[in-house]
Design a protein around this ligand. Structure first.
Ligand code: NAP
Length: 247
């Protein structure tokens, strides 16, 4: 089996790649920078995994098409797609602390750039890879979302997100990822393609200047579980490592 993970040169995506390689999958490690991708691949290979670098910028249609073409010529199919690449729009400031994301004063160009990567990138990569996924006997798509995108949690004045700053960029982008997850699952259910959203938890990575309290290996667990679902696994769901997350 093989798996393409976008934004896999570091952080949660890299840990997902390591864990899927550890399970015996051939890992196609997507990275927008070829050098960073090759370095991560070398590390996984040094650990005994079967990994290959794929240059892939999720905001660049030509890059996505080239990646799909290479996967088709090299492998002929794709079993697992993990849409992991993401940005906050606020550099390494956690969205929870990012004053530049507060709705009433947010820069619309920043919102656009976040949606370009986190939302439109998911559609572009998924649609490019679907013909390859359809050739798999058990295709799985995992969209890496966030509890920050939960409307249920975000609208609870006493809830766990109530102490955080409001966000008009990152959080809505993950809400949109959740909505896309449901819509793709709806379309692809009849074809046996399971599509779910993963909440990795608050993970120490560059995206939050390493303020998260989970390791990347712990954050990858929710993603890996959904990437390896059996035939009776759920679709159109939103899950952390051990529980369903409210939409
Ligand atoms: P990270 O360490 O900053 O990794 C982000 C990855 O996305 C990097 O590989 C980055 O590549 C890549 N990327 C960004 N823009 C890209 C583009 N246009 N095309 C291709 N790759 C691109 O952050 P992370 O925490 O692992 O984040 C991974 C995913 O988890 C994101 O979707 C994030 O929203 C989600 N998430 C994270 C947390 C958390 O607490 N960390 C919580 C919930 C959800 P470069 O190295 O080239 O920049």
């Amino acid at each position: 089996m093989n798996a393409l993970i976008t934004g896999a040169n570091k952080g949660i995506g890299r840990a997902v790649a390591e864990q899927l390689a550890g399970l015996g999958m051939t890992v196609l490690l997507g990275a927008r920078d070829a050098g960073r991708g090759s370095a991560a691949v070398a590390a996984i290979r040094a650990g005994g995994g079967d990994a290959h670098a794929v240059t892939l910028d999720v905001t660049d249609g030509a890059s996505i098409a080239a990646a799909a073409g290479w996967i088709e010529s090299r492998f002929g199919h794709l079993d697992v797609l993990v849409n992991n690449a993401g940005i906050t729009g606020s550099g390494q400031i956690s969205p929870a602390d990012a004053h530049d994301q507060v709705p009433s004063s947010v820069d619309l160009d920043m919102v656009r750039s976040v949606f370009e990567t986190n939302v439109f990138g998911v559609i572009a990569v998924t649609n490019a890879m679907l013909p390859l996924l359809r050739r798999s006997p058990a295709p799985r798509i995992v969209n890496v979302s966030s509890a920050a995108g939960s409307l249920t949690m975000g609208s609870d004045p006493q809830g766990p997100l109530s102490a955080l700053l409001a966000s008009a960029a990152y959080s809505p982008s993950k809400t949109a990822v959740n909505a896309l997850t449901v819509q793709y699952a709806h379309e692809l259910r009849k074809d046996g393609i399971l599509v779910n959203a993963a909440d990795p938890g608050f993970v120490a990575t560059d995206i939050n200047n390493h303020t998260g309290f989970l390791t990347t290996a712990q954050g990858a667990a929710a993603v890996v579980r959904l990437a390896t679902l059996g035939p009776d696994g759920p679709t159109a769901g939103f899950f952390s490592a051990d529980a369903a997350v409210p939409w």
